[in-house]
Design a protein. Structure first.
Length: 345
């Protein structure tokens, strides 16, 4: 009896010992000063910094999303620089002459009421949007806009539109100089040296590219043709991810199988939809996979598809084709290879 009791006691103590944490295993939550780390909100508005290499593009994008979410149409001001004007109901659009039951009249009066309500709400929300803008300015940014002779009047009227315009004017160019030639040079240098970051998405890069281009134009630098802006964007794409795309497109334009994209948006769409092929070993040979599920379409492919002379049994050869894929209906007696086969080119 004693032997069993001792064994049970020893087993219980061993179990407690296993569950007892050593000092280096203790959870940090046991410390009184411990605070759990919160996940960073990707849509959180960053504090706007002033000076070269500021974060104005990211600040404006995050501010725009928050303003649209909280203040609806008024929030469009961040991107457009103007107050949104809801369409006023036009009595000519209501058939009052043939309205025996007064339905059209009641609808018109209700629409007028909703229009006035929306105007009142946007006017009421203006000071809130103004406060939101100032809340995320750094001390250096506040000091800079305080130097403007417009700032005192903006403060008195809580002018959201004028405040946003002043913030943009003082932060959009990567220079703290007030000399016209220097700010012009800074905008030109920023635009010419812009490059996509190694981990930057093409969507985020296009926003940054657009901002740099707007600053370039706003400082009265020589204007670019649409095709030139497209090629500047093409040049600035990350070579590690888009090197093959650049080579393929340059070769296609050189052979005149495709035309250069007409504008920046056309170039962006082509790059966004480009399929990045990567060859991986396969038990019976080498298989080609693609890094994205989007379909790669160029002007060449679209023109061929629309060309009635291109039949179902025609195949583009060599550098005529952007993607080397053969339709199964053109193949017969497909079998596994007896040994590894590697094809280059």
């Amino acid at each position: 009896m004693t032997d069993k009791t001792d064994k049970g006691k020893e087993a219980n103590e061993a179990g407690q010992h296993r569950h007892q944490k050593r000092n280096w295993q203790k959870n940090k939550q046991g410390r009184p000063d411990y605070k759990p780390k919160k996940d960073k909100d990707p849509e959180e508005i960053p504090i706007l910094k002033y000076g070269p290499s500021n974060n104005f593009t990211r600040f404006k994008e995050a501010l725009s999303k928050t303003a649209l979410r909280d203040y609806g149409h008024l929030g469009t001001l961040v991107k457009t620089g103007k107050y949104y004007k809801p369409t006023e109901p036009d009595i000519a659009g209501y058939y009052l002459a043939s309205d025996p039951y007064g339905i059209q009249k009641a609808t018109f009066l209700e629409d007028v009421k909703e229009h006035r309500k929306e105007l009142l709400k946007m006017h009421t929300d203006r000071p809130k949007l103004y406060a939101l803008m100032l809340h995320y300015l750094s001390e250096e940014s506040l000091d800079e806009i305080n130097r403007s002779d417009k700032w005192e009047d903006i403060q008195k009227k809580n002018g959201s539109a004028r405040a946003m315009a002043l913030i943009e004017d003082t932060h959009k160019v990567n220079s703290i100089s007030k000399v016209e030639e220097v700010t012009k040079l800074a905008a030109r240098t920023t635009y010419n040296s812009i490059r996509q970051g190694p981990y930057e998405s093409i969507i985020a890069f296009k926003e940054r590219f657009n901002s740099a281009h707007e600053s370039y134009v706003a400082q009265d630098n020589p204007k670019h043709e649409d095709k030139d802006s497209a090629m500047d964007f093409f040049r600035a794409l990350d070579n590690a991810r888009y090197g093959t795309f650049k080579t393929d497109l340059m070769n296609s334009m050189t052979s005149k199988s495709v035309e250069a994209p007409e504008n920046l948006n056309a170039m962006y769409v082509i790059a966004l939809q480009w399929l990045n092929p990567s060859t991986k070993p396969y038990p019976n040979g080498f298989a080609t996979t693609f890094a994205t599920a989007l379909i790669f379409k160029t002007n060449q492919v679209l023109n061929v598809m629309q060309d009635s002379t291109f039949g179902d049994w025609d195949v583009m050869l060599d550098n005529q084709a952007n993607v080397s894929i053969i339709h199964p209906r053109l193949l017969r007696n497909i079998q596994d290879a007896d040994e590894t086969v590697k094809i280059n080119g």
